[in-house]
Design a protein around this ligand. Structure first.
Ligand code: HEM
Length: 149
């Protein structure tokens, strides 16, 4: 697959992943916190999850394929030596962090949030963290066209 097509899929997926989280943060989270109503977040999560997870999987696949096209294959990851490899390694580290937050939300926070609103602050922390990480992913990705970090 051409690099250009991979980049287009990567950008569309980034729009869905980051856009979906920004919509949650600015469109739904304030009302949920104001009304102490966790159902608003749970409803959004349920509808967004299949689309969001597909976008994240596509981001990882296209990102890794583009990294390979830049010559950054697995044996160079986390060496932090060349400018493009630094971007790729930073993004992979942020991806790992995203996965840890997602697992923690899925298994620790969400099951309890279903029953009561007490876990709202913890869920808010998870949502804000994943959103900020997503925005950072966009920022780090944009460095590639300027030669890397
Ligand atoms: C939440 C996850 C991610 C988001 C939101 C994201 C977002 C972006 C964005 C917005 C660009 C912009 C490129 C441009 O300036 O046109 C980009 C580029 C790039 N991303 Fe990601 N990315 C994510 C995950 C990944 C992962 C996991 C990798 C693989 C390690 C990766 C590798 C790359 C590469 C190699 C480029 C450069 C493409 C090019 O300009 O040729 N990304 N990313």
């Amino acid at each position: 697959m051409s690099h250009h097509l991979l980049l287009i899929i990567h950008l569309l997926s980034a729009a869905i992943w980051v856009g979906g989280h920004l919509l949650l943060v600015f469109g739904f989270l304030p009302q949920a916190l104001k009304e102490k109503n966790q159902i608003i977040i749970l409803d959004y999560e349920r509808k967004y999850e299949p689309v969001g997870m597909t976008a994240l999987v596509l981001l990882v696949i296209t990102g890794i394929l583009m990294a390979y096209k830049y010559g950054v294959s697995i044996e160079y990851w986390f060496q932090f030596e060349t400018p493009i490899e630094k971007v790729v390694s930073t993004k992979l580290a942020l991806l790992l962090l995203t996965v840890l937050f997602a697992l923690s939300a899925q298994f620790r926070v969400l099951p309890k949030l279903e029953k009561n609103a007490e876990k709202l602050p913890e869920m808010t922390f998870h949502i804000l963290s994943v959103t900020i990480i997503g925005v950072l992913m966009v920022v780090f990705g944009s460095f590639v066209r300027y030669g890397g970090l």
